[in-house]
Design a protein around this ligand. Structure first.
Ligand SMILES: NC(=O)c1ccc[n+]([C@@H]2O[C@H](COP(=O)([O-])OP(=O)(O)OC[C@H]3O[C@@H](n4cnc5c(N)ncnc54)[C@H](OP(=O)(O)O)[C@@H]3O)[C@@H](O)[C@H]2O)c1
Length: 321
């Protein structure tokens, strides 16, 4: 197939391009040429800037499908659709679990209510990210109808992760010793290896599947404590998880959700995607691969998680009780 990828050179898009090339598809990239410029030297790159509305590099050409990984506001989808029109067969949009309205209950599937779409701002923040994705989805389906495919991933993990929520725990578990685990150790966590998402995306295109697909993992339910122990096993390290009561939490810990917000974030049904070919890489494999990648890149600051000093303070608080 001829596949156009809007984005494709950082984390999620990079995994999709890798998968599509591995499967023998012909890929064209569209981005500004700033990120990962040397990643795919033999792949055609068309330069343009979605913020500037510059899609002129796409004025010519035809593709069996486009994968939109870099659309965050409805204008992005509108302008890409205006430019591409019927020169693409299928338009697959990477949305997010954040598109869903809260309160759908456990194991809600793709029929759960969405948030109200946001049309009045392009400022992406905690409160607007999901509603803007909903507006993108509506823009897409109004234009492409049955030729639209929407994938709503939950939290993703894997090598080249640019969000680092799981990477924090991989790195922390590898350091060994006493590890602060705040909140409820039995809290469910859903995490999907980005390479599994990529396989799903390419399968959906190959099979010409329309509609919405939740994309989560792993295959079996997972808790925070099990996740931490799996990371330690992947690293071959010895850890002693130290449970810290919620009232003592002094900083945001990645993947830890207060109250029962995890029902929204981490208990989605993804049976539809599994039936369509979503694989489930064992978490220990993802953890080992993230650890190897993180070490190879020299373990730069992650920008998430508590500092070592805050963790020490929390440990002394728990031990002094
Ligand atoms: N990480 C998660 O846990 C998670 C969960 C749910 C959903 N998602 C979704 O997954 C996607 C994450 O994407 P990613 O960053 O990993 O994707 P990516 O496709 O690997 O990287 C982003 C791409 O967009 C391009 N780009 C950025 N700004 C651009 C612009 N103004 N014009 C044209 N191209 C531009 C970048 O290249 P240049 O810089 O060279 O332009 C780069 O190729 C998002 O849609 C996000 O909502 C992620």
């Amino acid at each position: 197939m001829r596949i156009l990828v809007l984005g494709g050179t950082s984390f999620v898009g990079r995994a999709i391009v890798d998968d599509a090339l591995r499967e023998g598809h012909e890929v064209t990239l569209f981005n500004r040429g700033r990120t990962g410029r040397d990643l795919f030297p033999r792949t055609k790159l068309l330069l343009g800037d979605r913020e500037e509305g510059d899609y002129s590099a796409l004025d010519e050409g035809a593709w069996d499908a486009v994968v939109d990984v870099s659309g965050f506001v409805p204008r992005h989808v509108r302008q890409a659709s205006d430019t591409l029109g019927d020169r693409v067969g299928r338009y697959l949009f990477i949305s997010s679990n954040a598109a869903y309205a809260p309160g759908a209950g456990l194991w809600a599937d793709e029929s759960a209510p969405l948030r109200a779409p946001e049309w009045t701002t392009e400022a992406i923040g905690r409160d607007t990210y999901g509603p803007l994705k909903v507006a993108c989805e509506q823009e897409l389906t109004s234009r492409y109808g049955r030729r639209a495919t929407i994938v709503r991933p939950g939290m993703l993990a894997g090598p080249h992760d640019n969000v680092n929520q799981f990477t924090y725990w991989v790195r922390r578990a590898a350091q060994g010793g006493k590890v602060v685990l705040p909140g409820d150790p039995g809290q469910p966590v859903q995490l999907l290896d980005a390479r599994d998402l990529a396989r799903l995306v390419v399968r959906l295109l190959e099979d010409d599947r329309e509609g919405e697909f939740n994309a989560m993992g792993p295959a079996e339910p997972l808790t925070l404590l099990e996740m931490l122990r799996t990371c330690a096993r992947a690293a071959g390290s010895e850890i002693e998880p130290v449970l810290v009561p919620p009232e003592a939490i002094m900083a945001a810990f990645p993947l830890v959700r207060p109250d029962r917000v995890w029902e929204q974030s981490f208990q989605r049904d993804f049976g539809r995607a599994r039936a369509a070919g979503l694989p489930s890489t064992p978490l220990i494999t993802t953890a080992a691969d993230v650890l190897a990648w993180d070490r190879e890149r020299g373990e730069p600051p992650l920008g998430v998680g508590p500092s070592a000093e805050i963790e020490r303070t929390l440990l002394s608080y728990v031990q002094g009780r």
